[in-house]
Design a protein around this ligand. Structure first.
Ligand SMILES: [Zn+2]
Length: 172
């Protein structure tokens, strides 16, 4: 390869891979034996950029997160899931609500990354994506209690729930 061609390729690589993101520069001269794959290198840099972008939690994103938590039913669901993974029917039985209503809230929580689901045959199980969400609920309750409110705590049953046919309740 002619020196001029090497220079052009190096310039092209820097331009297309994003010189301004602190990405490591590769040139044919630095890696004479490399014959490196430019598209692969670019993909790696874009992956790094994506990770960096995901780390940006704007105020809008923070507000969306708080909005996802901010509903009486969803607060209760998060408290139930804090005890461990449950199927939809168990959450429905604890809340004593209709299943479509509960599923709607579970799907919203899942859409915001607050809960994760796992399908097992016909049953769908949910669990907290990050247990720290319960700390947020405790903090809110603590602030309200300190402000003079009496906290309304509806206990989450540890044992079997009446009317629930989930395997967990059936085995107890
Ligand atoms: Zn159950």
């Amino acid at each position: 390869m002619l020196p001029a061609q090497v220079g052009w390729q190096s310039f092209s690589t820097r331009r297309s891979c994003g010189d301004d993101v602190g990405a490591r520069r590769f040139t044919e001269r630095e890696h004479p034996s490399a014959g490196f794959d430019k598209s692969r290198e670019c993909a790696t840099i874009f992956e790094k950029l994506n990770v960096a972008m995901k780390k940006l939690a704007t105020h809008e994103q923070q507000a969306q997160f708080i909005k996802a938590v901010a509903h009486p039913t969803r607060l209760r669901i998060l408290e139930i899931l804090a005890r461990g993974e449950c199927c939809v029917c168990h959450v429905t039985a604890v809340l004593d609500q209709r299943q479509p209503y509960v599923s709607q809230h579970l799907m919203l929580l899942r859409g915001h990354g607050l809960v994760l689901d796992r399908r097992d045959g016909l049953m769908v199980h949910y669990r907290l994506a990050d247990p720290r969400v319960t700390q947020i609920i405790s903090l809110v309750r603590g602030v309200l209690t300190d402000a003079g409110f009496q906290a309304e705590v509806q206990p989450v049953p540890d044992g079997p729930v009446r009317g629930c046919s989930c395997p967990r309740c059936a085995s107890q």
